[in-house]
Design a protein around this ligand. Structure first.
Ligand code: NAD
Ligand code: MG
Length: 400
């Protein structure tokens, strides 16, 4: 059973916002969990500090030079940790026989291969890395089923839906009429869209309710994050695109809702704190302490709900458009958006041009028949879409 020995956890993307929150939750339950492997892409000092604190069996850095730097520090400190390098090492630790739980907290399609490896190896997979599911789609869910993995959503909206549904997924289709994902609207909810061209990366990354990595922060500002979440929900819960709705809810207290066949509505509420979905992922179907603050109802002034403005958030509708198009289009959308967000963060394109890159790439990139029939085909399509998107971004003209 769960308590016979500590669960060995592999955290992919340990140095990121979700990774750090995962370590925080684990630190509250030393009797239940053991940090067995961690990974990070760029920040050697942070990953080294985590090695010192947690003494994991493995630490992985995809970059060879950074791995060498970390290895030297780990050896000098006399730690028991073995430092591995290369992308394959991420898959190796995620599927290792000694691992019980894998937290998928890498950002972007880079997380697809290691998350798939965990799924195929039948792990309990806590999935924060929504892009992996947006790219992998049906193949990802098939790997989960065939590998006998337990997939627990970590995205707060999807965790909310998951918490509102019974444990047995076979009962979901019969119960659910549709789901409603809540969206905060991000930092530019009230800003005049005529001024969007002058938005800076730091302004876009200052989210009013959540502290997150830069990519997802920009996605929240454009609402591409919600578009990715609509696609994510389609696969996690086996819904049609029409069964997924989005409502603006600026307070981020209601994390999402399930509308049942009988029109009863189930919602999950709480303070906006990712440690709640992470704790649920770690303990499901039990519940453990997360460290989150209590929701103080006496301090809640109002919970409001509204329709997202299509002119303010033109990217949102791309979710339904790509889901209804041939398989592979969601992969193209994700690739374009990763390229566009990076170009924006690097000052090569304007905020309002992110949508231009996404829409133009979707119309320029050819999706061959069978593009979503194998992971290799999807990765080829991903690479192709990135090339197209880079071309579109280069032609944008960029900031004035
Ligand atoms: P982040 O940028 O803070 O952290 C990303 C992590 O991935 C870091 O550890 C980084 O080193 C690693 N990484 C980046 N590129 C990599 C690559 N090419 N190969 C291997 N590792 C790489 O991001 P985050 O905010 O923690 O988000 C992680 C994922 O969780 C994203 O998919 C995001 O959409 C999702 N998510 C985050 C939040 C949140 O509150 N932060 C909420 C919901 C979902
Ligand atoms: Mg979310």
């Amino acid at each position: 059973t769960l308590n016979d020995r500590r669960q060995r956890v592999c955290i992919l993307g340990a140095t990121g916002s979700i990774g750090v929150n995962t370590l925080d939750v684990i630190s509250r339950h030393p009797d239940r969990f053991e940090v067995w492997a961690i990974s990070g892409a760029s920040r050697v000092p942070e990953l080294f500090a985590q090695c010192l604190q947690w003494r994991p069996r493995f630490a992985v850095m995809p970059d060879v030079a950074k791995a060498a730097e970390l290895r030297q520090q780990v050896r000098a400190a006399g730690l028991p940790t073995e430092v591995l390098e290369g992308e394959q090492a991420l898959c190796d630790v995620a599927s290792h026989a000694d691992v019980d739980v894998v937290m998928g907290a890498i950002v972007g399609a880079a997380g697809l291969a290691p998350c798939l490896a965990a799924a195929r190896a039948g792990k309990r997979l806590l999935l924060a890395n929504k892009e992996a599911l947006v790219v992998g789609g049906g193949l990802f869910m098939q790997a989960v089923a065939e590998g006998g993995a337990t997939l627990v959503p970590i995205d707060s909206e999807h965790s909310a839906i998951f918490q509102c549904l019974p444990e047995d997924p076979r009962t979901w289709a019969q119960r659910v009429d549709h789901i409603v994902l809540t969206a905060s609207g991000g930092p530019f909810r009230d800003r005049d869209p005529a001024t969007f061209a002058s938005i800076t990366p730091d302004q876009a990354c200052a989210h009013p309710n959540w502290v997150m990595g830069r990519k997802i922060s920009v996605d929240s500002a454009t609402m591409m994050n919600k578009a990715l979440e609509v696609i994510e929900a389609r696969w996690l819960f086996g819904l049609t695109p029409q069964q997924i709705k989005v409502v603006l809810h600026p307070q981020s207290i209601v994390h999402s809702m399930v509308v049942c066949r009988d029109r009863s509505v189930l919602a999950q509420l709480g303070t906006p704190d990712m440690r709640v979905p992470i704790a649920y992922g770690l303990s499901w179907p039990q519940r453990i302490e997360s460290g989150a603050d209590l929701l103080d109802f006496t301090q809640l002034k109002a919970l409001t709900f509204d329709t997202p403005d299509a002119r303010r958030y033109p990217g949102l509708q791309l979710a339904w458009e790509t889901l209804l198009a041939a398989p592979g289009h969601t992969c193209v959308l994700n690739a374009a958006n990763e390229v566009a967000v990076e170009a924006f963060l690097q000052g090569r394109i304007r905020f309002d041009q992110i949508h231009q890159v996404n829409a133009q790439t979707l119309s320029d990139c050819r999706v061959p028949a069978g593009a979503a029939e194998s992971v290799a085909n999807l990765l080829a399509l991903d690479a192709d879409a990135r090339r197209v998107a880079q071309g579109v971004a280069a032609g944008c003209g960029g900031p004035a």
